[in-house]
Design a protein around this ligand. Structure first.
Ligand SMILES: Cc1cc2nc3c(=O)[nH]c(=O)nc-3n(C[C@H](O)[C@H](O)[C@H](O)COP(=O)(O)OP(=O)(O)OC[C@H]3O[C@@H](n4cnc5c(N)ncnc54)[C@H](O)[C@@H]3O)c2cc1C
Ligand SMILES: NC(=O)c1ccc[n+]([C@@H]2O[C@H](COP(=O)([O-])OP(=O)(O)OC[C@H]3O[C@@H](n4cnc5c(N)ncnc54)[C@H](O)[C@@H]3O)[C@@H](O)[C@H]2O)c1
Length: 328
């Protein structure tokens, strides 16, 4: 057995779930991410004095193992329950839609969870891995600048399926599985109002043309900042149809749809932002848990291996760590 560390590509919840478990089992890990910080689709955006959750809005916990870890995160101060005043909108009709479901958010921002998991594990940010190849004994990673990283004993790829497919070239069967997963885009828009909107809506499931979900970000626990902030998510279909639209045009259209939907006057926002998530969610859930070629030492995990939600991504990371440890 070699002393070379295990490389993990991706510091979203799946990669970090695996990293933490491997580290706790005494394995050395080295993480890489193309972004400047951890979180992936659970990342939060800093806007002036506050922050916004532009991707994941909340998460639910149905699996016992995930429920236990979420309670641990709550005890650590990284997560808390969010009980928004919930509505739904169908055919332009807004109506209350309360339920009993427990919903969780990171505190004070969604990214607090991945930051907590990352802690002081070794990580290289702003490093897009473009090639993963195996020599006689060890793995080497190559980044977009052409620089090499290694040697590594094993590699875990924890990125969205279409990006994972290219990095799994050394294991064609795994690459083919990843390549078979279609992922849908989501346009996200944030609006900040200087004066709070006069509505009791804090979250709304929408089934109209453009929008899919709206949330009063400011209503989540631990959020500060002076603006009344809202996040709007377009439906997969609308996002696909408007995939190449400019940010300004997307803000204008979704702001218009929001103003039509909400039951109050919507003044001009003091702040706007648009973000395009190209690989927001798999078109359907899968039951792979994680992909593994133990002989080679190449593994893959991510939300696309399970439910396409935070819970599925975390469970997939657990499963990849379990498989890897089992094969050491
Ligand atoms: C708009 C939106 C709303 C959502 N809402 C919810 C919700 O309300 N509830 C819920 O449960 N889930 C929601 N989700 C889904 C949830 O965010 C994901 O299921 C989960 O965060 C996926 O985690 P992951 O670790 O698998 O992938 P990611 O979070 O995508 O992490 C992958 C990481 O890999 C990095 N990366 C990619 N390619 C490379 C490369 N070549 N080299 C280096 N790094 C690379 C990326 O920068 C990223 O940090 C939402 C997603 C989006 C986009
Ligand atoms: N936009 C994206 O890219 C993206 C990606 C992944 C997940 N998501 C969203 O994340 C959420 C996570 O799913 P979950 O199962 O953890 O959460 P959940 O149980 O709250 O919601 C699941 C789905 O059930 C319906 N629903 C739930 N409560 C409702 C209510 N009170 N009134 C009306 N409809 C209600 C909605 O259609 C909702 O999408 C979903 O809403 C999903 O659409 C979005």
């Amino acid at each position: 057995m070699s002393n070379a560390p295990i490389a993990i590509i991706g510091t979203g919840i799946a990669g970090l779930s695996a990293a933490r478990t491997l580290h706790d089992a005494g394995q050395a890990v080295q993480l890489f991410d193309k972004s400047r910080r951890s979180g992936g689709r659970m990342a939060s955006k800093t806007i002036g004095s506050g922050t916004l959750d532009l991707g994941t809005q909340y998460f639910t916990a149905r699996d016992r193992r995930f429920t236990e870890i979420v309670h641990q995160w709550q005890a650590d101060g990284w997560a808390d329950q969010w009980s928004p005043s919930l509505f739904q909108s169908r055919d332009g009709q807004l109506s209350p839609s309360t339920d009993e479901q427990l919903r969780w958010v990171g505190t004070p921002t969604m990214s607090a969870i991945t930051q907590g998991l990352l802690d002081d594990l070794p990580v290289t940010f702003s490093c897009r891995i473009t090639d993963v190849f195996r020599g006689e004994e060890f793995w080497t990673l190559v980044d977009a600048t052409g620089a090499s990283h290694g040697p590594f004993s094993q590699v875990i790829i924890a990125v969205p399926a279409p990006q994972a497919a290219a990095l799994l070239a050394a294991a064609p069967k795994l690459a083919a599985v990843a390549a078979s997963v279609a992922m849908e885009p989501t346009w996200a828009v944030a609006l900040g109002f200087a004066t709070p909107l006069e509505t009791s809506v804090e979250g709304c499931f929408v089934r109209d043309d453009a929008l899919d979900w709206i949330a009063r970000d400011h209503s989540k626990p631990g959020r500060d900042g002076s603006l009344d902030t809202w996040v709007l998510h377009a439906s997969s279909q609308w996002s696909r149809q408007h995939i190449d639209l400019s940010r300004e045009a997307v803000i204008e259209l979704l702001h218009g749809a929001f103003a039509e939907l909400i039951d109050c006057v919507v003044p001009a926002p003091a702040f706007t932002l648009a973000h395009r998530w190209l690989y927001a969610r798999p078109t359907q859930p899968h039951e792979w848990s994680a992909l593994a070629d133990p002989g080679l030492g190449l593994y893959a995990c991510g939300d696309w291996c399970l439910s396409g939600r935070v819970e599925g991504a975390w469970l997939s990371g657990q499963e990849v760590a379990r498989k890897l440890l089992e094969n050491l």
